[in-house]
Design a protein around this ligand. Sequence first.
Ligand code: MN
Length: 700
Amino acid sequence: MSKNNQRILISDLCSVLDGYMSPSQVKGVYQAYIVAATAHDGQYRKSGEAYVFHPLSVAMILAKLQLDCCCITAAILHDCIEDTSVTYEEIKHDFGQEIAHIVEGVSKLTNLEFHTNIDKQAQNFRKLFLAMSDDMRVMIIKLADRLHNMRTLSSMKRDKQLSIAKETAEIHAPIARRLGLNSIRIELDNLCFKAIYPFRYGVLANQIKKQYGNRSKVVSNIQVQLSKRLVQEGLPEVDISGRHKQPCSIYKKMKNKGLKFAQVLDMYAFRVIVKDVAQCYQALGIIHNLYKPLPGKFKDYVALPKSNGYQSLHTILFGPNKIFIEVQIRSEDMHFVSEYGIAAHWHYKSDTKNNAELASNWLGSLLDIQRNSDTSLEFLEETKNDLFPSEVFVFTPDGDIMQLPYGATVLDFAYMVHTSVGDHTLKAKIDQVSLPISTILKSGQTVEIITSKHTNPNPSWLNMAITAKAKHSIKAYLKAQSAAELIQLGKYLLSNAVNYMGIEVDAIEANKWKNCLDELNCDSKETMYMRIGLSEILVSVVLNKLQCEGEHCVIQRIKIDNTRDKAISFAHCCYPIPGDSVAGILTISKGMVMHRTDCANLIHAKNKHAQWLSIDWQTNESEYFEVKIIIDVVNRRGSLASIASTVSKLGSNIEDIEVQEKDNSIKSLALVISVTNTNHLQIISRNLSALAFVREVYRA
Ligand code: MN
């Protein structure tokens, strides 16, 4: 068994934890182990070993990074919700909300794996992963989980190995890089390389082994030389280590720079870790004094850090026997950041707690570095967007990922799928649950739109959609719809006028229509009807053009028996209802607006030469119209309740109410109620007047 898939025991884990946790914390972790071992009892991994060794190994990876107690406990429990009968509530009860929340988050990510076509959507998938990790420890545990799965990949079938390795290379390794988790990232890179190109990996690993084996004496010689000189020059506590190059990074160098193996590896690499920044430069000077530096190869990533916060001095030296020596010099702090990245904040030494704050601190410190060094802000911007996303990512039933702005609803999603889907959205099935179109979407959900041919956009939809596409489509539909209503109104007005003269519209000859449309500059009857509806063309003018024979060439009276689906609205100054003497004013924005004939606004409009028509208004009793009445009542408790019950008993509804104090004893109530016609209103008024506390009832 290789070092990497040695079986980890709880005692091994506890002895690592003992190194940095309090005994009571270690005890807590042990309790989590008991829960996990019991829950996973009887489950086995593909390798044949008991399942619990997997979460234990994941916890061990994180323990070696010295992550905090919550992180380790959650790591041990990370597969419990997903794979055993243990519930979120139970974990919350036993270990607290923070740990339960992390475990639940890891389960959600596990559910997403292999959910989609990675090749096409890797970038979105990475964003989705990060968007769902509202606690970054969720992501860190997921990376450790994947690392252990990669270490034990050999027990899988070949095709499975390949797909897991590809997914890891596309998703997990780049996230580890983004978060600065270098130790995990390097191992993932190499395991992926090994799984995808086993032969190339084998050749390179062999070569590296040979190389270092042959030259181990040279390496230790140089190390001694370096150390000796640094001590002599006053830097005694310096940590020098030889660095082994990894097959994956050598392969990349060979591929990207077109180099041969010997050219890449013909170099000895050392890392020198000192106390602080000043010592970095001091050590550099000493080492340059010992061996001659190669011109043009010195890089100062201390003064000019890399975009992910990496800081170090890099130099290449001419060593003894014509060999090259590559040296990296950095302080302890720089080394810590380069190894841990964002995970540094959950290192046991870190005592702050708030996750978002920590993530932004990490970004903030990167930002400081960037400001001082004047390098590209792109990485930082991307990282910020990933950690504090302004988007949600959801799945279609086919597993495609859709990206929507934060706060987007089912309706936005439907319009993103297709306008024809959006226009007929009835509801959605979100993770198999039926939910209304106004539901706000969350990352990771699978959304299926249920359409109905009877469903169409209405103005309230504009308040439910936030994307430009959805809003635009809804508006376009409503506009087309009101055009249809205007055409209907125009046709209605014209046929009424024609009928009034005893002629049927259909009986008018085709050549008359043609002349009329030509003269009015309309390309179709629809255009003409719409312009009549918009009052751009007077009905009387059309009659004239149609050369209808008759006495009344100027028609000012039409019959209306149904107001639904027509561009007719009712003025709120006078609230006309059937039975009133009414007139209509044709307006450009609203079609025809009806007023009572004694309405002051109507008289004003008539004087301004607006086009108006008196109307013979008949309706069936199924249609309701709003009307405003004023009720003067003696101030008394419960009066409003009696009024409301009287109104509703008589088949009406109170749509709006306003209370005005007249004086101390009299109150004036302005009610908007819905009635079918003037008779209905009279019955209601009579009944209200009969109430003991009512002084007077009258129409506004
Ligand atoms: Mn797992």
